[in-house]
Design a protein around this ligand. Structure first.
Ligand code: SAM
Length: 368
């Protein structure tokens, strides 16, 4: 069976490692998509364990050179829909077309629905339009005229872990926060710090990673409601995940200048079941300028803010100073404040391009 995991841009290599760790065999990696294969058990396992994935799909069909609507219709009609529809669930068709001849969204969607209905008409099957039912989400992906027909097994995107009931107005995606911790090379037994913690996402993801807590907390998935996998298999995967949590204690500190943010962090961490293990405190990050620190620090400082440009520059100068004063610090910041490059000495930082909610940003690392 073939599957596809979609990811945020530039973290495909991390997604590949995640998949290999749960035994998936990598078939192909392209921009924001990793295709892999294995048995049906992989559906709950990838949904339960993926920290950087966006949605996990079953690859129902793939075909090169699909350039006409007739070819699209036939490719969709030829899929054995009977194997996937256990009940008559409502269908939602989404489309994404890149560098391809077929791109008219509405036409692709209605044609796909018609082809699915046509392939099942002999069973007197009608599409159930009951809004309260789980929807069967089909994604028609066309890249360079290659068609992929995908069935969403996750439901809501996997970055929505469920612990962030309330959030700061632009919190970082949970999946991106997990990717940052992984990219930082943090060694779990050393202290970890986020000095601009906002709603606490980076610190919470760091602890979940260190403790090997699967990021499925408080979530159910579309594949369960659609009956794609037997409940016993899913239950076994969940039980196995619970047994894999480490009981080791880790030192994770997260601070923010805003007391309301710290209250929010505590609530979010409680919902993620890690509330008592992260040290949250109200603090201006400048208080660290006169302390020696040698931890891993991963932070997402303000980048647009209600702050004036001058204040932002002064804040980023202080961040640079904090990093320079502490040669042992494994320091990283993610931000879309591009002017940071003008404030720092050339070659004192490495940077990696990433996207947060579609916005380009850089993950800067201070060179030792
Ligand atoms: C971009 S947000 C962080 C968002 C966070 N990554 C999340 O997922 O919610 C930046 C945070 O920096 C905080 N902040 C602003 N100035 C600060 C300062 N001088 N010291 C510490 N925190 C500060 C703001 O209150 C805000 O919560």
């Amino acid at each position: 069976m073939k599957f596809v995991l979609s990811t945020i841009a530039w973290v495909e290599s991390i997604a590949k490692k995640e998949i290999e760790k749960i035994w998936g065999k990598i078939e192909e990696t392209i921009d924001r998509l990793v295709t892999f294969s294995w048995e049906i058990e992989l559906i709950p396992r990838i949904n339960i364990w993926s920290r950087v994935g966006n949605k996990a799909y079953i690859l129902l069909s793939e075909k090169d050179n699909v350039k006409t609507f007739d070819e699209l219709f036939d490719a969709v009609k030829d899929i054995s829909w009977k194997s996937y529809f256990k009940k008559d669930f409502p269908i939602v068709v989404k489309t994404n077309s890149t560098r391809s001849e077929l791109f008219a969204e509405r036409t692709i969607q209605s044609l796909t629905k018609k082809a699915i209905i046509k392939s099942r008409v002999w069973e007197n099957w009608i599409v159930n339009e009951d809004e309260s039912l789980e929807k069967m989400e089909i994604l028609i992906l066309l890249i360079d005229n290659k068609l992929r027909v995908l069935l969403n097994t996750s439901g809501d995107a996997l970055h929505m872990r469920g612990y962030r009931q309330k959030a700061w107005e632009a919190p970082i995606k949970e999946s991106l926060a997990a990717a940052l911790v992984l990219l930082s090379g943090w060694k779990f037994k050393e202290p970890f710090y986020d000095v601009f913690c906002g709603s606490g996402t980076i610190a919470i993801e760091a602890l979940m990673l260190a403790k090997n807590i699967a990021p499925w907390i408080k979530r159910s998935f579309a594949f369960e409601k659609l009956g794609l996998v037997s409940p016993e298999i899913t239950q076994k995967e969940r039980d196995d995940a619970r047994k894999k949590v480490y009981s080791w204690e880790y030192t994770i500190r997260a601070s923010d200048i805003d007391p309301e943010m710290i209250e929010l962090c505590q609530e979010n961490a409680r919902l993620a079941w890690v509330g008592w293990e992260i040290n949250f405190e109200v603090k201006d990050f400048k208080e660290y300028l006169d302390k020696e620190i040698s931890w891993t620090l991963v932070s997402n400082p303000p980048y647009w803010e209600r702050l004036k440009d001058e204040n932002l520059k002064s804040m980023y100068n202080s961040i640079d100073k904090l990093f320079r004063l502490n040669p042992k610090l494994n320091g990283w910041i993610i931000s879309s404040f591009m002017e940071f490059d003008d404030l720092i000495k050339k070659d004192t930082y490495k940077k990696r391009k990433l996207y947060n909610w579609g916005e380009k940003c850089y993950f800067w690392k201070k060179n030792i």
